[in-house]
Design a protein around this ligand. Structure first.
Ligand code: IPD
Ligand code: CA
Ligand code: CA
Length: 258
């Protein structure tokens, strides 16, 4: 399995170099069709191309699910799930929080996840059954059980309607439980890794795509935490409502978000 990990790390670091090359330069920003707040830059497209070509060189028969491109389906049981740049709105504003996220699924089960933040040189990794690591050092979720001790993170989908209103209401409810704090970084993949590494206690977001959460989900689970949908069910490789936590506050979060 380590062969997959080594190649994924190489590809993520190459993508990170592309991010750094264009970061805080005069970027041409495009918006995605029908979603005026959903942006794409040359760093998104160039880094996805790079990741896919590096992985394909070793595993030409595998499937690919990437944010920026459609790929022809093969009959392989392996699928690489790639967000070449998570945090594009931050990136396009020269706001220094973004990353690359790569996961590998076998028969629909995530078996490997890596998230790389090139500005901080932070590499989060996990292989199924082998624990979660930040720069090769084992990480684990917090022990907090009382919401008063907890910092939570959320995110807002590009939608500016009902989902946003609901998220704002949920933030108010969490504050009424006297949580320690609330954060919004702008990168769901990093949010999940911050739960895994104990920097925060829980995360939720109304609608994420598999490339946003696939790697982070495994990293959290391997760090002793939990990631489910809103009903507490297993996350599948499809657009989902995501709730992630240290495990101990999971039911409390689900209760508020239901
Ligand atoms: C976005 C980020 C953001 C989250 C959005 C995602 P992108 O991904 O993860 O934190 O709130 O829902 O779409 O578009 O920057 O790859
Ligand atoms: Ca994303
Ligand atoms: Ca992206």
């Amino acid at each position: 399995m380590t062969q997959y990990l080594d190649i994924a790390i190489e590809a993520a670091k190459a993508a990170g170099r592309i991010h750094l090359k264009y970061f805080d330069t005069d970027l041409k920003i495009k918006t995605k069709q029908g979603e005026s707040h959903n942006r794409v830059t040359i760093a998104d497209t160039e880094s996805e191309k790079k990741i896919v070509s590096m992985i394909k060189k070793h595993f030409p028969g595998h499937n690919f699910l990437g944010e920026e491109n459609k790929y022809e389906k093969t009959d392989s049981e392996f699928t690489w799930i790639i967000d070449p740049l998570d945090g594009t709105n931050n990136y396009s504003h020269s706001f220094p929080i973004f990353c690359v996220s790569i996961a590998l699924a076998k028969k629909g089960e995530i078996i490997l996840g890596i998230v790389y933040d090139p500005l901080r040189n932070e590499l989060f990794t996990a292989e199924k059954g082998k624990g979660a690591y930040l720069n090769n050092k084992r990480i684990k979720v917090t022990d907090n059980t009382d919401l008063k001790e907890c910092i939570l993170i959320t995110g807002f989908y590009y939608d500016r309607g009902e989902r946003l209103i609901r998220t704002l209401e949920d933030i108010r409810t969490f504050f009424s439980k006297l949580i320690l704090g609330m954060r919004r970084t702008g990168s769901a993949a990093l949010d999940l890794c911050y739960v895994a590494s104990g920097r925060v206690d829980g995360f939720w977001e109304f609608l994420l795509n598999p490339w946003d959460f696939a790697a982070g989900k495994l990293i959290i689970e391997e760090a002793g935490g939990k990631a489910t949908d809103k009903g507490g069910n297993k996350l599948l490789i499809k657009p989902s409502y995501v709730v992630a936590s240290n495990g101990r506050i999971h039911d409390k979060m689900l209760e508020i978000l239901k």
